[in-house]
Design a protein around this ligand. Sequence first.
Ligand code: 5GP
Length: 211
Amino acid sequence: MIQPEKLQRRGLMFVLSSPSGAGKTTISRRLLERDAQLSISISVTTRKPRAGEVHGKDYFFVSEDQFARMSMENELLEHAKVFDYHYGTPKEFVEAQLAGGRDVLFDIDWQGTRQLAQNARGDLVSIFILPPSMEELERRLTTRAQDSAEVVQKRMSKAEAEISHWVEYDYVLVNRDVEETLGHVVSILQAERLRRQRQPQLAEFVKQLCG
Ligand code: 5GP
């Protein structure tokens, strides 16, 4: 007998992509604070930590050799080279969360999103966040002040390439205002959780309902 309050749900993979500086990190953080059913996938990267970044919280910072080993041993759900570094998603954590009916948030680029779409389309919900203008994007990257002017310029030139993949996403939001964008992201997540195919026990429940 399935009790209505005990209906289980399959976890979903919730991807937020955007060019660096479009506000994705703030939105991810705010979303995680308010949603207890959601955990973030912490990526591995060969990039060096920025000031204030913590190993195991922002990323797992690894050497090129460690990354190559993880990739070879099939420990990564997806991986890509972004800027000059390797980034990848550890598989074990994500699989355990999904199996337990929990949702996983990913802050990954279009290459990783494409790989997830190829391997697990049914579990994936993807959102692309656009900046309101390229001027605003540059302003945000500069005031973030974590990167040198040279790195900011490099990120600006990569931004257009990243944006060109907007059509591959399920939802596209223009981040004019963080509160407004966060509201849209919350609505999308709530609606996607209710999709019929994410509720595997529904058929049995309905059978029970109607006798
Ligand atoms: P950053 O170096 O600014 O933290 O991240 C640079 C880019 O790498 C961002 O667009 C971010 O979404 C992407 N990224 C971070 N982790 C992963 C990952 O595990 N896989 C992929 N494909 N991209 C990632």
